[in-house]
Design a protein around this ligand. Structure first.
Ligand code: NAP
Ligand code: MG
Length: 401
């Protein structure tokens, strides 16, 4: 059979370390034999980011705005040790941060559920996707240590000089202070991304904040979601047979624990940070967590949730065998290909993405897996495969193409 043809290229963002090694294997073994793969390639490997003064990250984000769908390999976020290791001109910013800021998106993280890797929560049968608002609150807060007695106030000075004041507290001894903010525009973008993604994936959407305590701040989040839902999405949700449901975060936590899963849980920045770690570890493994950045303007960027798996890469460089799980990176590709297939009306491309995902799941469910999963599986006597063997085993399982 001929290879599947593409119309519009995917924006391909290559990355670092072990995931860069896996990236090439996936393309060579699982994609290029079946697809006339069209990509516009950007090398976000740290060496090339440094050579281009990080312009390549900006170019890749702009290309995503142009073509709408991108697939990204994990990349190093430089710290002091990396500046030395790669002899960097400066400590470049996190590529994910740059891309997210340029696309104005929300990140959705969803675990890949397979039989044999059982969630710690017995009732969970289907994945729970977390949508984390990625702007403001405690992450952009100003803080102060209060040395002793005194009065703390919130002061807003309008452009015309008029001031509004709100008493925070009259201190009679030392304490601490924090000022948080968020932006209506950012909350609206967050809401649109969540409603769009729910429609896209045909899943119910939950949203929770602490609006009973935070009657202005958190309540604004609740109101914005409600207004946008009523105005723009309600009829589409009804048509798709899905629901939007707001509840207090305490109630949401209790319900999540008793649920079967299968929905999207939208969270404010801090809640999303904490809850996504809880969800991913309770579902089994970071190596089985997918991630997609959805912008309210209709741009999509797919990736694995894990990093570059540095420790495995150094083993690989020493010529030692590695058993690195490639599933989340494969699902980044299938997510992007399926979306490209939908947008360009190429059903074969979307079907291929389904088949490749199925092949991954069947490989694991048949007992063939990488070491990270073998350590936690309920399957008796699993076959532990190395990085390359696992990808070859998936290839054997690709059917119906
Ligand atoms: P990591 O790459 O996610 O790896 C942490 C540990 O988790 C690994 O050492 C490994 O455990 C296990 N693991 C993660 N993914 C795995 C996989 N696919 N297969 C098997 N085991 C897996 O996180 P990190 O070591 O903290 O960060 C390494 C680099 O990645 C950093 O430079 C960081 O900046 C970057 N990073 C990038 C992104 C991104 O691009 N989105 C996200 C996070 C981190 P064992 O070693 O015990 O086997
Ligand atoms: Mg966290």
């Amino acid at each position: 059979m001929g290879k599947i043809k593409m119309i519009t290229p995917l924006v391909e963002m290559d990355g670092d370390e072990m995931t860069r090694i896996i990236w090439k294997m996936i393309k060579d073994e699982l994609l290029l034999p079946y697809i006339d793969l069209k990509t516009e390639y950007y090398d976000l490997g740290l060496k090339h980011r440094n050579e281009t003064d990080d312009q390549v990250t900006v170019d890749a984000s702009n290309a995503t705005k142009k073509y709408k769908v991108a697939v990204k390999c994990a990349t190093i976020t430089p710290n002091a040790a990396r500046v030395e290791e790669y002899d960097l001109k400066q400590m470049w910013k996190s590529p994910n941060g740059t891309i997210r800021a340029m696309l104005d998106g929300t990140v959705f993280r969803t675990p890949i559920v397979v039989k044999g890797i059982e969630p710690n929560v017995k009732s969970w049968k289907k994945p729970i996707a977390i949508a984390r608002h990625a702007y403001g609150d405690v992450y952009k807060a100003s803080e102060m240590k209060v040395p002793g007695p005194g009065k703390a106030e919130l002061v807003f000075t309008a452009e015309d000089g008029t001031q509004t004041r709100e008493l925070i507290h009259v201190f009679d001894g030392p304490g601490v202070l924090q000022g948080q903010h968020n932006l209506i525009g950012s909350i609206e973008s967050f809401a649109h991304s969540c409603f769009k993604y729910a429609l896209d994936t045909k899943k119910d959407l939950w949203f929770s904040t602490k609006d009973t305590i935070s009657k202005k701040y958190d309540h604004t989040f609740k109101d914005i979601f409600a207004e946008i839902y009523e105005k723009e999405y309600k009829s589409q949700f009804e048509e798709a047979g899905i629901t939007y449901f707001y509840t207090l975060i305490d109630d949401a936590v209790a319900r999540v624990m008793k649920s079967e899963g299968g929905f999207i849980w939208a969270c404010k920045n801090y809640d999303g940070d904490v809850m996504s770690d809880m969800i991913s570890s309770a579902f089994g493994s970071l190596a089985m967590m997918t991630s997609v950045l959805v912008s309210p303007h209709g741009y999509y960027e797919y990736e694995a949730a894990h990093g570059t798996v540095q420790r495995h890469y150094y083993r690989h460089l020493e010529g030692k065998e590695t058993s690195t799980n490639s599933v989340a990176t494969i699902f980044a590709w299938t997510g992007a290909l399926r979306k490209r297939g939908e947008l360009d009306n190429i059903p074969e491309l979307s079907n291929f993405a389904d088949a490749l995902e199925k092949a991954c799941i069947e490989t694991i469910e048949s007992g063939k897996m990488t070491k990270d999963l073998a350590l936690i599986t309920t399957i008796k006597n699993p076959t532990v495969l190395n990085t390359e063997q696992f990808i070859k085993a998936v290839k054997e399982n690709i059917k119906n193409i």
